[in-house]
Design a protein around this ligand. Structure first.
Ligand code: NAP
Length: 230
């Protein structure tokens, strides 16, 4: 049984990963910024006889991350897998060259600085071997052509991919693997109702990376359990 912490797990792909991993018998801790939404998520799983824990953590607030890591340590004592899933895609994210609001700052705070600070705070808790999985997006790809949609979001995932590779390099001697995943275009609040995939399919590869994939594989970008180009 592994202990697994998933950020932004009160809904969407994070919630589905939690459901799948708990069903497989792992101890799953949901992270989220709202106690009410976390409690509601826990109840939804309990109704299906799936028990999970949760910890409040806003990935935009460094103090909240530090506090959550301390609470996590005192309650659970250890961690095997950290899944950095929380992210935002803001409606106003239309152009990098014209950004009168702080869309870029907000996006990078949540999608880039957040996962890095969470990783820093939770690495000391990670068992060896341990795993970090960053939920990224093909929108951040440096090999695909630029589609022009949500540029701050796409650039934030490019940055997250860069962080994934750097952390993988730094942590390879500590037996901690660090990988990124593109879940596909998934029907969630973020992906919208027209998306091609359901959450079950979206959660499949991160769940595989969390508990089944070769631990030695690190510094890679995955989709559908296969490596894809950065
Ligand atoms: N859906 C897609 O098509 C798609 C495609 C490629 C990649 N992804 C990636 O997959 C991951 C999950 O996306 P999703 O589609 O499941 O999105 P979602 O349904 O919008 O869920 C996002 C989760 O992140 C949480 N979150 C946002 N800001 C946070 C913060 N500051 N602190 C803590 N939690 C925060 C949300 O919590 P609240 O409920 O409190 O807002 C929610 O639980 C994201 O990394 C996303 O970029 C999604």
């Amino acid at each position: 049984m592994k202990t697994i912490f998933i950020t932004g797990a009160n809904k969407g792909i994070g919630f589905e990963m939690a459901r799948k991993l708990a069903l497989l018998g792992h101890r799953v801790v949901l992270g989220g910024r709202s106690k009410d939404r976390l409690e509601a998520a826990r109840k939804r799983l309990l109704e299906k006889n799936i028990d999970v824990d949760y910890i409040e953590m806003d990935v935009n607030v460094p103090g909240s991350i530090t506090h959550a890591s301390e609470v996590f340590l005192s309650i659970f004592g250890e961690l095997d897998v950290l899944i950095n899933n929380a992210a935002v895609l803001l409606d106003q994210d239309k152009q990098l060259s014209l950004d009168p609001s702080d869309v870029f700052d907000q996006t990078f705070r949540t999608n880039v600085l957040g996962p890095l600070l969470v990783a820093r705070a939770f690495i000391p808790l990670l068992n060896r071997p341990g795993r970090i999985i960053n939920i990224s997006s093909q929108g951040g790809s440096m090999t695909d052509s630029v589609g022009g949609w949500s540029p701050a979001y796409c650039a934030s995932k490019t940055a997250l991919n860069g962080i994934t590779r750097q952390l993988a390099h730094e942590l390879s001697s500590k037996q901690i693997s660090v990988n990124a995943v593109h879940p596909g275009w998934v029907r969630t609040d973020m992906g919208g109702p027209s998306a091609a995939r359901d959450v079950e399919k979206g959660a499949e590869t991160p769940v595989w990376l969390a508990v089944t994939a070769d631990q030695a594989k690190t510094g890679s970008f995955f989709m559908d359990k296969k490596e894809i180009p950065w």
